[in-house]
Design a binder for this molecule. Structure first.
Ligand code: CDP
Ligand code: MG
Length: 136
């Protein structure tokens, strides 16, 4: 059954700052993800607040939004079968110290806040998040 999906991935400031974006993109490609769209940008804090609105009541919300807007990021539309869940699996657990071997966060993540990548957590959110960065 063809279950082609698109999901939004972000290479976060800690990874872009360490020039890991090319290396991380290669991992996605090797795992069968097609990078359909990508852009390197820096967003304003107010945009980060919109993007992470689902977390607005969390204690880490302010720091999270300050962080996402603190430097350049690479936003990508990734496409493959089961892209949403497969990307979550490839990213690994939110806290790099809980992430399993072979995941991006295990390999590159520094801490729970500087965990190198974002990935949509559902097909519904993927559509919203892709629109957020790539609506033209
Ligand atoms: O990114 P993911 O979907 O795995 O986790 P989330 O629960 O949706 O949280 C969004 C982001 O907030 C995480 O990727 C972390 O960078 C950050 N976060 C944090 O700084 N402290 C926490 N206790 C939980 C999340
Ligand atoms: Mg999330």
């Amino acid at each position: 059954m063809n279950n082609l999906e698109q999901t939004l991935s972000i290479i976060k400031p800690d990874a872009v700052e360490r020039n890991l974006d090319t290396e991380i993109k290669e991992i996605f490609k090797k795992k069968g993800f097609l990078i359909k769209k990508e852009k390197k940008i820096q967003i304003e804090k107010i945009e980060a607040e919109k993007f992470y609105k689902v977390h607005e009541t969390k204690p880490f919300y302010n720091d999270l939004c300050a962080y996402l807007s603190s430097g350049p990021i690479v936003a990508m539309v990734l496409e493959k079968e089961n892209a949403v869940l497969d990307n979550r699996e490839l990213m690994g657990a939110t806290d790099p110290k809980d992430a399993v071997e072979g995941t991006i966060r295990k390999k590159y993540g520094i801490s729970i806040d500087k965990n190198s990548v974002h990935g949509s957590d559902s097909l519904e959110n993927a559509k919203i998040e892709i629109d957020f960065f790539f609506k033209d």
